[in-house]
Design a protein around this ligand. Structure first.
Ligand code: UD1
Ligand code: CA
Length: 454
């Protein structure tokens, strides 16, 4: 049980963006949401995000996932934490301070830092790391006994202090009551004229309290995102974590560096993901599937044993044992049954397709309800749009649609009907009827118009 305070009020000027920094995404999830989720996973019962810059754009992203408080003016990290004073004073356990722009922090690390803090009986514990190049970071000044004396910011550091390699990650564990007391005493007496959260450590120490440092092993975890280069570096690191997670869960990923899987995506065991695949949003893929080269699947459910090759599937549901592609485009609102074939150069939109139906090639079906075991010949087109309105059609079970058929919607094709190739169907077809809707062929004997014959 602990309280997590997430600092997310800053401008993020270096992103050169019209959006606040913390709503930029890594692996499809906003920076601040990564930090909120890591807090929850570590066991936080209260999470408070301090927002300020373009708060109206940050709040909907946070939604119900955390409390928010507003820091109207950004007067420093200490000032930001002060805005959450009410939560800090009443915090039943430790108070953790994190940054909204460090999405790579792991729940495990937060947990361990709290355990260390509590086991040591510290008043404050700063999460630190050893950096080759510590430029720009606050440096950790340790005493003889290894305890933390204070943190000195780059701009306030002496030449000696600048040589220190141990840096402040900007993440801390505090005793809530003592933090609240120290925040009351904070002044902006420094090079930047800001209320430094780091100064609370010196204040607590001055009062005889114990301050510790918890050094993490994986420096990636405290990488802050300040610009788009760092955003893409974080994306790469997070992506390999996500891919490794799936692989350890029994998913084969043939070429992980070319596979992009969103944070929320679920994949069943023994599914094989080939190269150049992007799976995003709320996508769920079953077990034993084969997602072959060049697929993009977004917000879709793919049941077990489905095979997809070189295709795009958006906001749709694909039933068990169905084959999609190559080069199929499944647009939003499709519900495809089991053992269906959505073949090459087939586009479907807002259709329901029952089990066993085959749409093998070069076909467009939109706004149509299709029964079981229907066979579509090559080049079927639903003419579902008259330039103003869309119309829905219905095709029964066991229908045979001949090649190059146009179905001018709305039209209803009864069970077991048979449509002759090349038909343009404008009227309903009763069940088990043969429909032929094309001009009769005329052969002209001994015709002289063909230049190719002598
Ligand atoms: C801070 C630390 C520094 C540490 C570094 C790690 C202080 C004084 N310094 O420096 O020791 O090495 O983080 O990255 O704390 N924020 C607000 N409101 C404010 C100011 C900041 O919400 O008024 C937020 C920012 O949006 C950001 C975080 O706090 O998410 C850190 O602020 P930033 O100004 O980047 O701190 P640094 O100067 O980098
Ligand atoms: Ca600063």
């Amino acid at each position: 049980m602990f309280t997590s305070i997430i600092l997310a009020a800053g401008m993020g000027t270096r992103m050169k963006s019209d959006m606040p920094k913390v709503v930029h995404k890594v692996c499809g999830k906003e920076l601040v949401k990564w930090v909120i989720d890591a807090s929850r996973e570590a066991g936080a019962d209260t999470v408070v995000a301090v927002i300020g810059h373009k708060a109206e754009a940050v709040r909907p992203v946070i939604g119900e996932s955390a409390e928010t408080v507003i820091q109207a003016e950004q007067l420093g990290t200490g000032h930001a934490v002060m805005q959450a004073a009410e939560y800090i004073k009443s915090a039943p356990g430790s108070v953790v301070v994190l940054n909204g722009d460090t999405p790579l922090i792991k729940a495990e690390t937060i947990k361990k830092a709290i355990e260390y803090h509590e086991a040591q009986g510290n008043s404050a514990t700063v999460i630190t790391a050893e950096f080759e190049d510590a430029t720009g970071y606050g440096r950790i000044v340790r005493g003889e006994d290894g305890s933390v004396l204070r943190i000195v910011e780059q701009k306030d550091a002496s030449e000696e202090e600048k040589k220190i390699r141990e840096i402040n990650s900007g993440m801390y564990v505090f005793n809530g009551t003592e933090l609240a007391w120290a925040l009351d005493k904070l002044t902006p007496n420094n090079a930047q004229g800001e209320y430094y959260l780091t100064d609370t450590l010196a204040i607590l120490r001055g009062d005889g309290k114990k301050i510790g440092g918890y050094t993490i092993e994986d420096n990636d975890e405290i990488r802050g995102i300040n610009n788009r280069v760092q955003l893409s570096e974080a994306e790469t690191i997070m992506q390999s974590r996500i891919n490794e997670g799936h692989m350890l869960n029994g998913v084969t990923i043939v070429n992980p560096s070319s596979v992009f899987i969103g944070a929320e995506v679920e994949i069943g065991r023994d599914t094989v993901i080939a190269s150049n695949v992007t799976l995003t949003g709320s996508t769920k893929i079953g077990s034993g599937c084969s997602v072959e080269m060049g697929c993009r699947i977004e917000d879709s459910v793919i049941e077990d044993n489905v095979s997809v090759l070189n295709s795009v599937i958006l906001k749709s549901h694909i039933g068990e044992g169905t084959n999609v592609g190559p080069f199929a485009y499944v647009r939003p609102g499709c519900r495809v049954g089991k053992h269906v074939k959505v073949g090459d150069f087939v586009e479907i939109k807002n259709v329901t397709i029952d089990d066993g139906t085959k749409i093998s090639h070069l076909t467009y079906l939109g706004d149509t309800d299709i029964g079981k075991n229907v066979n579509f010949g090559c080049g079927t087109v639903t003419c579902n749009y008259d330039g103003k309105d869309k119309f829905r059609s219905e095709i029964g079970d066991n229908v045979f649609v001949g090649c190059n058929t146009n179905l001018v919607s709305p039209v209803k094709v009864g069970d077991g009907a048979y449509i002759a190739a090349g038909s343009t169907i404008t009227d309903d077809i009763p069940e088990k009827n043969l429909a032929i809707a094309r001009a009769r062929q005329v052969n002209k004997d001994n015709w002289k118009g063909n230049k190719y014959t002598k």
